[in-house]
Design a binder for this molecule. Structure first.
Ligand code: TXA
Ligand code: MG
Length: 323
């Protein structure tokens, strides 16, 4: 998948201030050298994201923590050992290496060691930190294939590295350890229960913190169709009511749902981690069909089901007018 020529080119581009799309196990990222302020600004420009929203710095291994964070709490060390490389991001007090351009001027920095072999190869060869938000336009659904990236941003990036479909499918779980008491700022690809197991205590999910987590804006991860949330037992009646109003309805949910045969369906496995893996692809497929409303069946609120419910709730939230 990743030839040595491509790897060399990717690293060269990053060293010279380029912006590339990079596969990770969660979603594809829009990557720039975290220590190159101009390159980081280009990432914000390409995404159309407000410059005050901080980016995650991706590093090759947990040994890098100490150079980006000025203090590494013992609990951060424990989580890093248990889950890196993997879909976990730690928010820590920043060191001077983490610039204002990356942190949005905050006194903390978000750090992650991704697990995807292509991302790891690039980080190993670069030797530094890579600032990478998800490679989608601000507020839209994150990309989980190189095709998605090309459709969204193709012409604007210097290189799109191919890495196959993302195996996790939703963004990393963000744990804030900068305040003493740990908190989850964004449920994601690592189950909150796993974080609690390793820390040996309950960890609250605080998605509406004062910190600027762009995924915590009410409307985010939004497809173009309106999204209506439904528990499994109510999907059929919702569909019937919406159709009676003349709406073109599609259904996102497990294949077992009993629905009229002419309702377009976007199947997601009932098992939460399977649902996470295909969620964004199905949302894009539904968008391409042009429904007025997508009825989304909520998975169980456990494991990765918490992240899937979170993303669906944001997709269903009222949207600001298009600008
Ligand atoms: O799985 C992921 O995390 C993917 C892949 C590419 O690694 N990246 C990703 O990046 O989702 P992005 O920028 O779309 O979301 C990162 C989130 C944002 O909501 C941002 O506000 C938050 O991390 N964040 C970054 N630095 C932070 C900080 N210092 N304190 C609190 N939140 C922070
Ligand atoms: Mg994002």
């Amino acid at each position: 998948m990743l030839t040595s020529d491509l790897l060399t080119r990717a690293v060269e581009l990053l060293r010279r201030g380029g912006v590339i799309a990079l596969p990770t196990e969660t979603v594809y990222g829009l990557a720039a050298n975290a220590e190159d302020e101009l390159a980081v600004r280009r990432v914000f420009a390409i995404k159309g994201r407000p410059a005050t929203h901080p980016l995650i710095v991706h590093v090759a291994n947990a040994g890098e923590l100490a150079s980006w964070a000025r203090h590494v709490p013992e609990e951060a060390q424990r989580l890093a050992e248990a889950f890196w490389p993997g879909p976990l991001t730690l928010v820590l007090p920043r060191s001077p290496r983490a610039t204002d351009a990356v942190t949005g001027g905050q006194d903390t920095v978000a750090l992650r060691v991704p697990q995807h072999p292509v991302a790891r190869a690039v980080l190993d060869a670069l030797g530094g930190g890579v600032a990478a938000p998800s490679a989608n336009r601000f507020g839209r659904v994150s990309p989980t294939t190189a095709e998605h990236v090309r459709a969204d941003l193709g012409a604007d990036v210097d290189l799109v590295l191919e890495g196959g479909p993302c195996t996790v499918g939703v963004e990393s779980t963000i744990v804030d350890l900068s305040q003493g008491e740990p908190a989850v700022l964004r449920p994601g690809g690592l189950a909150v229960e796993e974080v609690e197991r390793v820390l040996g205590r309950p960890v609250p999910v605080r998605t509406s913190s004062s910190v600027r987590v762009s995924g915590s804006l009410a409307s985010h991860y939004a497809p173009r169709a309106g999204v209506v949330l439904s528990e499994p037992g109510e999907v059929a009646s919702r569909v019937e009511a919406l159709r009676a109003q003349g709406q073109r309805v599609g259904v996102l949910g497990p294949p077992g749902l009993r629905l009229p045969s002419d309702v377009p369906r976007y199947d997601v496995p009932e098992e939460p981690s399977g649902a996470a893996r295909v969620l964004y692809t199905r949302l894009r497929e539904a968008d391409a069909r042009g429904h007025d409303v997508l009825v989304a069946c909520l998975p169980r609120a456990e494991g990765l089901g918490i992240a899937v419910r979170d993303r669906l709730a944001r997709a269903a939230a009222p949207r600001p007018p298009e600008t």
